[in-house]
Ligand binder design. Structure first.
Ligand code: ADP
Length: 271
């Protein structure tokens, strides 16, 4: 009968489609589960990271209360409370920055980003820390380069790289920020002569909250979020971040961004 034939025909056509659909659903679920896992880890890490300085501030406040008749000790405790609360502020700023970056697509409204401006802001932002350590931060290479993307994000990425170079360098050294073009990509390199990174740690430093030997870096007050911000910005701009490092010699971080990808992608979407 006609209706049966039609039914078989439909079934035959639906079967492979159906299995593909199931596969897609499974893949989707796996991805969803992974996203959820990453989110849960992030929240757990954030809570842990926030608790550390808050706990320290509390202990210091208690210590100050207990030392009320020793003004020198109270002053010392207050100084350390200030340091810890600065650390907390920095941490909260970076967490907000990271979640804002993840929320918006930089290529929603790509605009020309002048790298000279970005580098100038990054160097200016690190000026106080650099001067305190007598570190010279100089820029060189090609001028007037532009990419298409999100200026705020690219500035955040380059600023984090320059800030790290200054943090992990010894006093009286030099940090160099260079720009060049290689195969349609703009490459911004931040070169330092600092403490370097052990090769075994190199592929972990881009993870959120990961810090190489936190005890060694305690005084830098870092959060372990800077490089994950850089990695995120590189990815959303269709670029990449590379690192070369040798312990005791220094590190070079290279942010490579396609010159035009942002505008081309938007054009393709419009077609
Ligand atoms: P942090 O806030 O700790 O600097 P990042 O995500 O920016 O966090 O960096 C992760 C870790 O990578 C740092 O804790 C540090 O150990 C290492 N690191 C980053 N940049 C440099 C650098 N220029 N020189 C040496 N070590 C670095």
């Amino acid at each position: 009968p006609r209706s049966n034939g039609a039914a078989r025909h439909v079934t035959a056509r639906v079967a492979p489609l159906g299995s593909r659909l199931v596969l897609a659903l499974v893949e989707d679920r796996t991805r969803e589960r992974r996203v959820e896992e990453v989110r849960r880890d992030f929240v757990a890490n954030v809570s842990h990271e926030l608790k550390t300085p808050v706990g320290a501030i509390r202990l210091l406040a208690e210590a100050a209360q207990g030392a009320a008749d020793d003004p020198e000790a109270v002053k010392r405790f207050a100084g350390r409370m200030l340091t810890e609360s600065d650390r907390l502020t920095h941490l909260v700023q970076q967490i907000i920055e990271l979640s804002r970056l993840q929320a918006d697509d930089p290529l929603d409204a790509p605009s020309p980003v002048r790298l000279d401006d970005v580098i100038k802001i990054a160097i200016d932002t690190s000026k106080i820390d650099a001067e305190a350590k007598r570190i010279q931060v100089v820029s060189g290479g090609l001028e007037n380069l532009e990419i298409f993307g999100n200026e705020q994000q690219v500035t955040a990425a380059v600023s984090n790289l320059v800030a790290n170079a200054v943090s992990y360098s010894d006093p009286d050294s030099t940090v160099l920020v260079t720009t060049k073009v290689d195969q349609g990509n703009v490459e911004i390199s931040v070169v330092d002569q600092g403490i370097g990174i052990p090769s075994t740690e190199l592929d972990r430093i881009f993870e959120r909250f990961y810090r190489v030997d936190p005890a060694r870096h305690r005084s830098t007050g870092g959060t372990g979020l800077g490089l994950s911000i850089v990695k995120h910005v590189a990815a959303t701009h269709g670029g990449e971040i590379r690192v070369w490092s040798a312990e005791g010699q220094g590190s070079t971080f290279t942010l490579s961004l396609p010159v035009h990808r942002g505008s081309e992608q938007k054009q393709e979407e419009r077609l």
